[in-house]
Ligand binder design. Structure first.
Ligand SMILES: [Zn+2]
Length: 271
């Protein structure tokens, strides 16, 4: 399979799906990383310029992708945190889907409740639309005239803060060390991630000290462990997977069933 991971900031896919990406590569699938911004806003330090930060974070993403075995990393160059132009983003992501013709798209869930970051909701939404609309030849016909073909990925996997109960858990136990090693490359954002994820807070530092890295290792493992618990796994990542149809997700009964009092189907557990 060919899998297209589309995410807004350099650390998003490694944080939310690094173990699953490593697993897919081990299983022989091809993964392409598409990062919509270079993350030039993502620091609380006043001692680095946006351009320097963007360069550092781009290099960190390439290094982290190399740890997982991702051979292709594309940067789309949209601005970070300003609320990117949705129609330009959607057009570019449809082009990406048509260029790579993936079987599966991975992105952030744009319907997550209390998700405040505009890049997370905009990129998730545009990637979801790209996965379901790139099949229409009359959409952006200039791309078709250039020689690209309409394309219909079969599935989209939503990661991150999910807007509904996960319907898929992936066992990442054998890949947890690889995920950790990859995530530790994101030195520019380790302090911010630590504030978000660590339960044992200590004074904030912008330097990726050994102590900060040690705490990072701890919360990565705790996150995987807590995510896996309800699925009976020691370490997991959780997703909402939707099957793609032209202009829709093929999920009518999955959505309607629980509203009609039917029991929600048990989540798929990939052991
Ligand atoms: Zn992000």
């Amino acid at each position: 399979m060919k899998i297209l991971a589309i995410f807004p900031h350099p650390d998003d896919s490694h944080l939310n799906a690094g173990g699953t990406l490593a697993r897919w590569i081990t299983e022989g699938h091809c993964v392409v990383s598409v990062c919509c911004t270079a993350g030039g806003l993502g620091t609380l330090s006043g001692e680095i310029s946006s351009a320097q930060l963007a360069a550092q974070r781009t290099a960190e993403l390439r290094a982290a992708d190399a740890v997982l075995g991702i051979a292709v990393t594309e940067m789309l160059g949209f601005p970070d945190g300003e609320g990117m132009d949705f129609s330009s983003l959607r057009r570019e992501l449809v082009r990406c889907v048509r260029r790579h013709a993936p079987d599966r798209v991975l992105t952030l869930d744009p319907w997550a409740r209390y998700e405040i970051h505009p890049d997370h909701t905009l990129v998730g939404r545009a990637a979801a639309e790209a996965a379901t609309f790139a099949c229409f030849p009359l959409l952006y016909p200039d791309q078709i005239a250039e020689g690209l073909s309409p394309c219909q990925p079969s599935e989209i996997w939503f990661m991150g803060q999910l807007g509904d109960t996960p319907n898929t858990f992936v066992n990442i136990e054998p890949w947890l060390n690889q995920k950790t090693e990859a995530l530790l490359h994101f030195e520019a954002t380790l302090a911010t991630l630590d504030v978000l994820m660590s339960t044992s807070k200590s004074p904030r530092s912008f330097v990726a000290t050994e102590e900060l890295k040690q705490r990072t290792r701890h919360w990565i493992s705790e996150l995987a462990c807590r995510t896996g618990k309800s699925a009976g796994l020691n370490a997991a990542e959780a997703f909402i997977v939707q099957r793609c149809a032209p202009g829709h997700f093929d999920n009518y009964w999955e959505q309607q069933g629980p509203r009609l009092g039917e029991e929600r189907p048990a989540p798929r557990i990939i052991r």
